[in-house]
Design a binder for this molecule. Sequence first.
Ligand code: NAD
Length: 488
Amino acid sequence: MKMLIQDQLVEAEGGDTIRVANPATGEVVDSVPKGGREDAKRAIDAASEAYKVWSERPSIERSRVLLKIAEIIRASVGELATSLTLEQGKPLGEASSEINSFANTCEYYAGLIGRQRGAHTPFSTGEGFFIVTKRPLGVVGAILPWNFPVSLMGWKVAPGLAAGNTFVVKPASTTPITDIKVASLMAKAGLPPGAVNVVTGPGSVVGEELLENPKVAKIAFTGETATGSRIMEGSAKLIKRLTLELGGSVPMIVCDDADLELAVEGAAWGRFRNCGQSCTSVKRLFLFDSIADEFIRSFTKKVKTIRVGNGLDKSTHMGPIHTEEQLEKVESMVEDAESRGARDIVKGGRPSDKELQRGNFYVPTVLGDVDYDAKIAREECFGPALPIFLVKDLEEAIERANDTPYGLGSSVWTKDVERAYHAAERIQAGTTWVNSPPIARAEVPFGGFKQSGFGRELGIEGLDHYYETKSIQVLEYGKGKKWAFPIN
Ligand code: NAD
């Protein structure tokens, strides 16, 4: 597979390639160009030229192109989902819903653009008025992680294109293929050539060029908090606009009046979807003492039914962890918790099945009596292992939930709306779901408090991050005379 620069599929100038492996089998899926700084520069120049055309298109045309993109992507869901499963590992059903969510985000912003209104406001001193307008930023560098390569590209390109910007996308080196396919399809929807480019290659080279190149106005980044910190540093010199969507250690609080059946389903969905590799995956489960035994009994039964396997197999519920390195991290976090006295509620770990040993599989694991200082409680566990903590009441749960440097998502499960609202107002996180697993929706702003990042994606707020705000002040004829110089 080649990368996409100015609507052409091209090799890297240096001629090197990166192999992309299937996490379920270890087999090579394909290779992509190992792009360098020169390739990134070419893509940035192409996006810069495309910007001159795209930013001048009326919003109704931008809206139509986004709708066309959605239509083309939806028509290719099957092929794109298979491609995503092969390189990322997630089950086909999850891959299809990720591709559909990309189309959905395009449709949402196609509907929003052109429908916003502003206001004409007279000056308080009466000589005229001002209006506030929005201007696109220019070329945006979208730097993506491997866990949701397609939907997270959509969170950036859909609002960004709607607002009139153009893009150089830098996918994660382990999941570049489906992003290139999606961008190639987008190029057929009526965008000017070079409006969306995809440059594959190391973050330390291609990514750094995006940070340093003066033609890139904004970096839209999703990834680890430590990388986010480097992105801030690298963008500081040229004062680039930034949105940072970083890691999370999402708490789920189950109160004593919760619908336990629903909460058990929510915890399983929340922790094991995408093999636990979501920024908003449930990473710490807090149960009120009084319902803990009943919840754990039923949750254990549920977790033991999860079928681990190759994502291409229709009977698979949960695919592999994306890389061997991530698998080792999850394994070491579980071992660390066990060494501090944690009890295996569901003992998972590496499977004994020979076929599965070819891939990075890890059977769901649930731990009880976990030390609050264990790594699994303090750091982001990006895989299918869940620590459970018991709490006496909501105040203790909130205090524990907030005891983390992260602040991305959270959920509270209760039938009492006052309790839910009390918790939601006090949990330091960008989103609190009430009686729901963590589901992102195109119309709802998404982002983090604390070290989970800043700026918002999705919703009207997401669109705002692809604009500069400009004020235009107008004096009425004859009322400007008092501004004569020198000032008396
Ligand atoms: P990562 O930080 O390792 O990599 C993300 C991207 O940054 C990759 O494309 C990588 O090549 C690039 N990169 C690395 N170094 C760079 C540099 N110096 N300059 C520019 N680019 C550079 O993240 P990952 O492991 O791919 O993704 C998993 C992480 O993403 C988890 O922490 C997860 O919580 C987070 N995440 C957050 C959200 C959110 O919306 N908040 C969503 C999904 C994932």
